[in-house]
Design a protein around this ligand. Structure first.
Ligand code: SME
Length: 164
């Protein structure tokens, strides 16, 4: 049984370091990508405060298609270059959006979302896997610590959760 046991008195980087170890333990013995993506989403959604959506958009060779996630049902397909997710996929750079209403072309899937972070997922050979997306009902929820922490988590996902 999984129980979230991250010490809330720790600094944010220290909490992410614990979460990275939990993610590694969750993924390392399983080779099924969908199972790993689903568990990764659930781990993060239930371990971090102030999230209303957390999950994957996977690249099907043409566009991004929603994958395993936690939260309300979301837009299914996003073209490269569109919205925060499509921008992260096209630029291959993490997007930290302080206020989604200020991001031109932001795609509103859940009206509760006020801020967002999207990390591109790039395999070791340079192939685009998709993006990792987390939304918050709080403006300015994500800062540089979250960027570093989410990127570290995504690196673990690519290494142990996706690459067979
Ligand atoms: N807001 C995203 C769309 C996905 S949802 O947040 C789940 C975007 O602009 O790409």
């Amino acid at each position: 049984m999984f129980s979230a046991t991250i010490d809330s008195s720790l600094s944010k980087p220290a909490r992410y370091a614990e979460l990275v170890e939990q993610a590694r333990a969750l993924l390392v013995d399983e080779t099924d990508r969908i199972a790993n993506a689903a568990n990764f989403s659930a781990l993060i959604f239930h371990s971090l405060p102030d999230l209303n959506w957390a999950g994957f958009y996977l690249f099907d060779g043409t566009e991004l298609v929603v994958g395993p996630f936690q939260g309300k049902p979301a837009c299914v397909r996003i073209a490269l270059g569109r919205g925060v997710c499509g921008t992260a996929a096209r630029t291959r750079e993490t997007q930290v959006v302080r206020d989604v209403h200020d991001f031109p072309g932001h795609i509103a899937c859940d009206a509760a979302s006020q801020s967002e972070i999207v990390v591109p997922l790039i395999a070791g050979d340079g192939t685009l896997i998709g993006v990792w997306d987390a939304d918050s009902p709080r403006v300015a929820r994500f800062d540089d610590d979250d960027r570093a922490g989410m990127e570290a988590l995504c690196a673990i996902f690519i290494e142990h959760g996706w690459t067979i």
